[in-house]
Each structure stands twice: as C-alpha cells, then as structure tokens.
Design a protein around this ligand. Structure first.
Ligand code: F6P
Length: 324
C-alpha cells in the first residue's frame, strides 16, 4: 500500500482499515514509504504493518500520512525509467497487489507502472479538491470543508468589528467544490469558483446590496483556481513537475474591489495548507473505513486496475484511467 500525491485528513484511517481487513485474511501488508519511491529507490523503504500499529494508537484519528507521501513524479525521471525501476522493486519486494491511495493523476501514473510489472492495482481516491472523476467524495474533502467553514465562522466576527469585506481564498485547484461547499455551509455572501466566470462589478453590486440592507460586513469565498476578470491566470508559475502553482487571486480581487468601492475596507485571508490538516471528520473516517475494506475485498476477488468510489450513498467500483 502506498500514498501518492498530497496529503489530506483521513489517510491514516484508510491505512488502518486496509491493515485490519487484510490481517483478517492473514495477508502481509507492506506499507511503502514516500509514495512509490519506497518501491523504486534502493534500498527499498517500507515497513510491515500489522493491527498492532493501529489498534491502540492515535494514528487513525490523526491527519498527515503515517507512510509519508510524494507529489507525483518529483524525481523527474522519464515514465519508462520509473516503470523499469518500479517493476524491479515490485519483484524484489514480492508484491502481489498494490493499493494506491491518491488522486486521479497519481492513479493514472501508477496504473501504467503496474501494467509493466504485472502487479494488480486497486485505487482509493483521496484529495481535498474532490476532483477525482466518478466518485462523489474522496477522502479528505469533507475535513477540508470543515476547516474552511470554521474559518468563515471566525472571519465573520472580525469582519463585523471592523466594517470589512473579508476575502477568503481556499484551495481546490481547478475545481470549485471546496469553495462552494464551505461557502454554502458558512453562509458566505459571495462565492467565486473556476467553473463560473464572474465580473468584479457583480461582486461590488452584492456588497452594495449588503450595505444598503444595514449590514456592515461581508465574507467572500474564492477558489484559488479562478482567473482574473479578463479570463487569464494570475501567474504562470509552475512547480518542479510542471503543474500550475495557484495562490494570490484573493489579493488581486482585494485590490480590484478596494480601488472601485470604498464603503467596506477589504482584507484577504489565504487559508493555505491548514486545509489539508486538522482532525479528520466522521464522514472522511467512514469513507476511509469502507474504502479500505472494499479495496481488500477487490484484491481477494482477483480484481485489477479498479478504484473504489462513493456513488449514490454507498461504496461502488470503477475502473482507474489508463491514459498518460
Ligand atoms: O491537490 C491538493 C492541493 O492542496 C491543492 O488544492 C493545492 O493547489 C495544492 O495541493 C498545493 O500543493 P503544494 O502542497 O504542492 O503547495
């Protein structure tokens, strides 16, 4: 079992669930350290996990990743080279099946590695962005919504004290789920998401309405992935694996709004990586438990290249994607 890509709350509950289900079948579970690096690098880095690691331990209740994680192919080697090392590692470790806890990009990558090494792969979706196709929810999303909603609740009071419109920038990449769910739960006044174009004047009109109604404060939730008003991304910064790096759109909006409308002071709060941490909420732990057990069941049924998903209020099974 390995965790690919960024962490989120609920990962350790998934690990614990897999270990419990697998140990009932007397299987040996290798917890691979640092994503697939523990397989591809020498010496291999892993530990054998048993129920004793988790039964009398706080780990299932904590965020972070017991096994560590990596962000995609940070090693910057070609897919062919990584696949070659992966096949060797899988053989040396004697793995029969691999459970990958990751987003859709990671599952794509690892399912391609697995094809070359003949190891069976089952995916468990996790990401605060909730942008993995097919599943309605991925592990970590609801905990992140909780962090954002609590932040709105806190910002309301300071906004009220100072006659301010506070812009809260949340993560989510190109998906607005995190912004939308927390804005609705926290009853924010405005919510801007990447999927829907917006006008600054539209936001200002809403602020004017609020002012006219006699309220002296507002909270605006913006997703990090929204573009500027003219439809371009704020910057073309990329990380070391070529992904767009988001962040800063809240300040852009703040500057735009405060230059055109002065009735509210405008401030920005960028929540940042705190959204990936905090106590995993009950629904994420429920998903973790059910997904972990289902993944083990699928391996037992000799399934390959499948992903567990949450659909219509229950666990279901889908194919992972195979395009790179
Ligand atoms: O995919 C999860 C996520 O938290 C995104 O919402 C965010 O854009 C990105 O990861 C931040 O990545 P990093 O941890 O590399 O700064």
């Amino acid at each position: 079992m390995c965790i690919r890509d960024r962490d989120c709350a609920g990962l350790n509950a998934v690990i614990s669930s897999v270990v419990k289900a697998a140990s009932q079948k007397n299987w040996e579970v290798y917890g691979i350290h640092n994503g697939t690096d523990g397989i591809t690098e020498k010496p291999h880095s892993y530990e054998i996990l048993t129920v004793h690691n988790f039964s009398d331990s706080p780990w299932p209740r904590l965020s972070g990743s017991y096994l560590g994680s990596i962000n995609k192919g940070v090693r910057l080697e070609s897919v062919d080279e990584m696949s070659r090392k992966f096949a060797i590692g899988v053989k040396e470790l004697g793995l029969d099946a691999l459970i990958v806890i990751g987003g859709d990009g990671s599952m794509n990558i690892v399912s391609n590695y697995c094809r070359g090494s003949m190891v069976k792969m089952i995916g468990i979706p996790k990401t605060i962005d909730n942008d993995t196709p097919i599943t309605e929810f991925s592990v970590g999303f609801q905990s992140a919504v909780e962090v954002c909603t609590n932040a709105i609740d806190s910002l309301v009071w300071t906004a009220r004290s100072h006659n301010r419109a506070i812009i809260m920038e949340v993560m989510g990449r190109d998906a607005g789920h995190l912004a939308m769910h927390s804005a609705l739960a926290g009853q924010a006044d405005v919510c801007l998401v990447p999927e829907i174009p917006y006008r600054i004047d539209g936001v200002i009109n809403r602020l004017k309405e609020i002012k006219a109604s006699g309220r002296n404060y507002a909270v605006i939730v913006v997703s990090e992935g929204i573009k500027t008003e003219d439809g371009s991304h704020l910057s073309d910064r990329k990380n070391m694996v070529g992904e767009a790096v988001y962040g800063g759109i809240g300040q852009y909006l703040c500057d735009q709004i405060s230059s055109r409308y002065k009735e509210f002071q405008t401030r920005v709060t960028t929540l940042g990586h705190i959204q990936r941490s905090g106590v995993p909420v009950a629904f994420d732990r429920l998903l973790a438990t059910v997904f972990g057990a289902k993944a083990v069941e699928l391996i037992d049924q000799d399934e390959d290249n499948k992903m567990v998903v949450w659909k219509n209020g229950k666990v279901a099974v889908s194919y992972t994607h195979l395009t790179l």
